[in-house]
Structure formats: structure tokens, C-alpha cells
Design a protein around this ligand. Structure first.
Ligand SMILES: *[C@@H]1O[C@H](CO)[C@@H](O)[C@H](O)[C@H]1NC(C)=O
Length: 201
């Protein structure tokens, strides 16, 4: 009896956790609507994101839901961790590419100004770091697709380190980073891809 009651309580609490996360997810994407969440509306990414985000110190469930939810392929990925890992790796490619382009723009704006030489120096270092990520990303994504776990994890971790190194460069030089959000996204996407890949079998 007690065991059955405990099992029922635990089932109920995990069911309400699912509904809570779903409410947050839909509130974020359809802020203007009053959303009644039913179990039919729970995104297929939810159990996957709870698994990888719940145990991660690098990103949370919400980040995972938003990232994977931004790609149409997620609608058909079910609980295929390998497919989600490919999606996260592709999102990282897009992110790193657009960050490199943004840094190019920032450097162009600064050309000829030497009043902010420290920021310029940090941006050049970031540009080199992201250049490396962009160059390696096709091979890295191919390793993720091919489920070559060791190689894929190494190159994704290298991308995460590049993003962190870029951000730390500004901190060490005591100047504001104009790419904090981009570094944060790239770091988390790389860690997300690693976590998803580790669950793919
Ligand atoms: C980068 O990744 C974040 C998190 O997934 C996303 O919100 C953002 O739109 C992405 N940006 C680009 C340019 O891909």
C-alpha cells in the first residue's frame, strides 16, 4: 500500500513538473496568448531536455528547449538523442558563423580609432578563436553525424573553450565584452551537443 501510494505521489509530481516546464515553454514563445497546456502540447524535446539539462551545470532545461525548439527538425526527432545532437551542432555552426561576422563588423567600426585599443585587441583575439571554430565546424558536425564520439566531443569542447576564452579575454583586460550573449550561446550549444551525444546509442 505505502509503496503504491509513494509511486503514485512520485508519478504525480513528475507529471506536474512536466506541465510546469511546458507552461514556461509556451509562455515564452506565445506570450500574448492564454495557453491551456494539455499533455498533447508537451514538446517532444521535453523528456530529452529534462534528461540532459536537469543534470547539467552548463545549461538548463529551458535553454535546451529553446535551442532545439528553434529548429524544425526537432518536431520529428522524437527521443532520438543522436538526431538532437546533430541539431545542436548545426545550431552551433550557425551561431559561431554569425558571431564571427558580428565581430568583423565591430572591428570595422573601430578601424582607425585607437582610443579603445584594448577592446580592439580582445576582439581580434575573439575573431581568431571563432575563425577556428567556424573552420573546424564542418568536420566537427560530420563527427557528430557519424557518432564518432571521441572526436566529436573533443571538437565540441574546443568550441566551448573558444567561447569561454573570448569572454575571459575581456574580463582579464577589464573592458566590457560586446559579445557576452554570443559567447554564452556558443558555449551552451557546444555543451548541449556534447551532453546529447553522450546519451545517443
Ligand atoms: C544562437 O543560439 C541561440 C541559442 O540557441 C539562439 O537563441 C540564437 O538565435 C542563435 N543565433 C544564431 C544567429 O544562430
Amino acid at each position: 500500500m505505502a509503496t503504491a501510494a509513494a509511486a503514485a505521489a512520485s508519478y504525480l509530481s513528475s507529471a506536474s513538473a512536466i506541465l510546469l516546464y511546458a507552461a514556461v515553454f509556451f509562455a515564452g514563445t506565445h506570450a500574448e496568448q492564454t495557453v491551456v497546456v494539455t499533455s498533447d502540447e508537451v514538446p517532444s524535446t521535453l523528456p530529452v531536455c529534462k534528461t540532459v539539462g536537469g543534470g547539467s551545470t552548463f545549461f538548463d532545461v529551458q535553454f535546451c528547449l529553446e535551442a532545439l525548439g528553434s529548429d524544425d527538425r526537432s518536431a520529428n526527432a522524437g527521443t532520438n538523442y543522436g538526431a538532437y545532437s546533430v541539431i545542436a551542432a548545426d545550431l552551433l555552426t550557425a551561431n559561431a558563423t554569425s558571431t564571427a561576422t558580428k565581430i568583423d563588423g565591430l572591428l570595422r567600426e573601430r578601424a582607425g580609432k585607437d582610443d579603445e585599443a584594448t577592446t580592439t585587441r580582445c576582439l581580434r583575439s575573439c575573431r581568431a578563436l571563432y575563425g577556428g571554430v567556424v573552420r573546424r565546424q564542418p568536420g566537427c558536425a560530420a563527427a557528430v553525424r557519424g557518432r564518432r564520439g571521441g572526436e566529436a566531443t573533443r571538437c565540441l569542447e574546443t568550441a566551448a573553450s573558444a567561447a569561454r576564452e573570448c569572454e575571459e579575454g575581456f574580463g582579464k583586460s577589464k573592458v566590457a565584452s560586446p559579445v557576452t550573449m554570443e559567447n554564452d550561446d556558443a558555449f551552451k550549444l557546444a555543451k548541449l551537443a556534447v551532453a546529447l551525444l553522450s546519451w545517443a546509442h
